[in-house]
Ligand binder design. Structure first.
Ligand SMILES: Cc1cc2nc3c(=O)[nH]c(=O)nc-3n(C[C@H](O)[C@H](O)[C@H](O)COP(=O)(O)OP(=O)(O)OC[C@H]3O[C@@H](n4cnc5c(N)ncnc54)[C@H](O)[C@@H]3O)c2cc1C
Length: 491
């Protein structure tokens, strides 16, 4: 393979991995900076994860919460957006390598911001995912919508009472904010939206079970708000089962271990997992190459300036970073992304890394919706260690307002507002379409991923040698031209 021509980059090259809250807000912060930014992400959109449950339960469409990243950044002339799954970060060569189908792209950097987020954690039981998908991506939300509505459709066709009961039992694992929101919405959808739409079954008889191994609902919100949320859910008919650890999941149900060690089975076709997170595996590569420590969830124990030891220009932000008192929430990622961008801008003006002020997180509070017209809210009182807590209608209005503010794009906000008005005032939901592709996508994607692995055995993490790492802005090879000189793409 011939070596690519070395080029001296005209400007500092900033590479950002991820188009979530950390990645996008870092890129936007660099809008006027004298740098070339390349944002690489495995999806074409910026996903507003806090509203995924509304996609899963038919309130809003996926487009409203996931605008195209390159459209958001269209006017930002110093920024290029690349689609690709980053599978290797080489700290010595200062490159990141990504894959799009069989095409491999190597992108050199001077500064790197890694904001690849986290995935669902099954605590070592990854096979549970097949029967209890998580809630992290648009695919997850659409698949879950298909599973929920599909269960009702199958129940309508069944004459067997046991089978019907299994089909009409929905289990949400994990009583954190996502689990609470999902359980509340599945319950409202069956009680209100679907009521009267079937002839052989009564959707209002559906059981919604919210399970957690912990002894409380919404633990981060404290006992008072957690108890209020639990009572509200119970008043809607949601069954809350605490101190109940899921030890097995299969197609027809799951097995739960109680605190006293006894086990029991719940028959349920539709299960959803919202019980834990595991940071991006890119953290492991950083640990292997730099010696930085990871916590139990695989998050990178970054230095006070969010960089990693020995690499002051490699920042890890958002759900991938482990920083005391910074929760895995959107604000943590936004503030981390902006901090890293500011550090890069300051360096261009002459500041050295040792002059950086440590990252400090400003807690703006947290919220979770429980149902239509009901939410819990916790906001720190400035100058004290106390928090203002409230729940109910006003907290719900606050949730709506805040989420509208952070949704990207005026049209998305307007569409969402219209959908909310429709959903909350009439109990109707306009996004109940389900396609065959959504329902069977997991199987098809699994097969595709196996095929990809077979066709690209040599490009696993770290397998690209130094001689293959080009110095031009961003270089792409495909399976066909791997042995040829890679074509150069403007970064
Ligand atoms: C269902 C749900 C509900 C939530 N609700 C709330 C809420 O109400 N309030 C709140 O504050 N927070 C909430 N959160 C948490 C919040 O969304 C996250 O803390 C935040 O998204 C983290 O931002 P991030 O940039 O670190 O990661 P993400 O937003 O997850 O973005 C990660 C990005 O990296 C990309 N990526 C990942 N791996 C690779 C790779 N190998 N190569 C290329 N690209 C890659 C992904 O495609 C994505 O673009 C919720 C999360 C979920 C899942």
């Amino acid at each position: 393979m011939s070596s690519p021509t070395l080029q001296t980059p005209a400007r500092r090259r900033v590479v950002i991995i991820g188009s979530g809250f950390g990645g996008l807000f870092a890129a936007q912060r660099l809008r006027k900076a004298d740098v070339d930014v390349t944002l690489i992400a495995r999806t074409t959109h910026h996903l507003f994860q806090p509203m995924l449950y509304q996609v899963a339960t038919g309130i809003v469409s996926e487009g409203e919460i996931a605008p195209a990243t390159r459209v958001i950044l269209r006017k930002q002339r110093n920024t290029a957006v690349l689609l690709g799954d980053v599978f290797a970060v080489d700290l010595e060569q200062k490159t990141v390598t990504s894959r799009l189908l069989e095409r491999i792209t190597v992108t050199p950097y001077d500064d790197l911001i890694i904001a690849a987020g986290a995935d669902q954690s099954y605590f070592g039981n990854d096979h549970f995912a097949e029967y209890a998908p998580g809630m992290k991506t648009i695919d997850h939300a659409l698949e879950l919508r298909g599973r929920i509505l599909g269960a009702f459709e199958q129940a309508e066709l069944s004459d067997d009472p046991e089978e019907r009961a299994r089909l009409l039992t929905f289990v949400v694992v994990g009583a954190g904010p996502t689990g609470v929101e999902l359980a509340g919405q599945i319950s409202e959808m069956s009680d209100k939206t679907l009521k009267g739409t079937f002839r052989n079954i009564d959707p209002t008889e559906a059981r919604v079970i919210l399970l957690d191994a912990a002894p409380a609902v919404l633990p981060p919100f404290g006992e008072k708000l957690g108890t209020k949320a639990a009572r509200r859910l119970e008043s809607m008919g949601v069954e809350i089962q605490l101190n109940a650890m899921v030890v097995d999941v299969d197609y027809d149900g799951l097995v739960v271990k109680e605190k006293d060690g006894t086990t029991r089975r719940i028959e349920s076709q539709c299960k959803v997992w919202s019980a834990g997170v595991q940071a991006s595996p890119l953290g492991k590569q950083l640990a292997e190459q730099s010696g930085v420590e990871l916590d139990r969830a695989g998050r990178v124990k970054v230095l006070p300036d969010l960089s990693i030891p020995g690499h002051p220009n490699v920042f890890v932000v958002g759900d991938m970073m482990a920083v005391d008192d910074v929760p895995g929430v959107a604000q943590g990622a936004i503030q981390g992304g902006r901090y890293a961008a500011d550090a890069i801008k300051a360096e261009i003006k002459g500041q050295t890394p040792d002059q950086r002020k440590p990252f400090s997180y400003y807690d703006k509070g947290s919220m979770a919706t429980v149902s239509r017209f009901s939410a819990v809210m916790q906001v720190p009182i400035p100058g004290t260690k106390k928090k203002f807590e409230t729940e109910g209608y006003f907290a719900w209005l606050g949730w709506l307002a805040l989420h509208l503010v952070y949704l990207v794009g005026f049209r998305n906000r307007l569409n969402t507002l219209i959908n909310w008005f429709f959903a909350f005032s009439t109990r109707g939901r306009s996004q109940l379409a389900v396609t065959e592709q959504q329902v069977y996508a997991r199987t098809a994607l699994g097969q595709l991923s196996e095929l990809e692995k077979k066709s690209l055995p040599e490009v696993e993490a770290g397998a690209l040698g130094a001689d293959q790492a080009p110095a031009a802005p961003s270089e792409t090879t495909s399976e066909a031209d791997r042995d040829e000189e890679p074509s150069t793409r403007a970064g």
